[in-house]
Design a protein around this ligand. Structure first.
Ligand SMILES: [Zn+2]
Ligand SMILES: [Zn+2]
Length: 193
């Protein structure tokens, strides 16, 4: 759990053990937080621990694979056991089922940015693209001068080898760099077993 080690939701040994049997007793299913040892209500959202999330709740999303928990507050286990697990167990399962080579990705990080060859782009934006293929349009305006973001948009729309009308050498080079990063991140050694 290096990637998000600073977050309190990173599971310690006790949490993993306590929830490994699938009862989810110590994790709030509505906000995904570890609630603590001897509490019956989540201090954060007030839900009874172990209760199904309220229908109108905004459910938590895994910061590693960006999947949101289902309406019952759980996700099908990555271990393919057929279990449904809470978010904390799910996140610790990523230790054995990483979505990509995050050690490599972290080695390219510079603060909130990632260096890709001669370009820089927002780290979180690029990681989400590598994992999900999605580009967050909400903040796109401020990124519009980034060749990397342009390259990601172009690859998403036309593919990595497209002939693009009005293409620019800078974009083409950035597409090559982004494609190389994409392949490096998803090397087969890191695919789920
Ligand atoms: Zn909660
Ligand atoms: Zn996940």
């Amino acid at each position: 759990m290096r990637l998000f080690g600073g977050k309190s939701t990173a599971s310690g040994p006790s949490a993993s053990v306590a929830t490994a049997n699938g009862d989810g007793a110590l994790v709030c299913l509505q906000c995904g937080m570890i609630a603590g040892d001897k509490v019956t209500f989540c201090r954060r959202c007030g839900l009874t621990i172990g209760a199904q999330p309220r229908a109108d709740a905004t459910l938590p999303t895994c910061p590693i694979c960006y999947v949101t928990v289902d309406d019952d507050g759980r996700i099908a286990s990555l271990r393919r056991t057929g279990d449904r697990v809470d978010l904390v167990v799910h996140m610790s399962d990523h230790d054995d089922h990483p979505v990509g080579d995050d050690d490599y990705l972290e080695s390219l990080r510079a603060g909130d940015l990632i260096r890709i060859d001669r370009w820089q782009a927002p780290f979180d934006l690029v990681r989400r693209y590598l994992v999900t293929g999605a580009i967050d349009g909400g903040h796109k305006r401020s990124y519009q001068h980034s060749a990397v973001v342009t390259a990601m948009s172009q690859i998403k729309r036309w593919g990595a080898d497209a002939d693009i009308f009005g293409d620019q050498e800078e974009w083409r080079a950035a597409r090559v760099a982004v494609t190389a990063l994409l392949e490096r991140y998803h090397r087969s050694a890191y695919l789920p077993a």
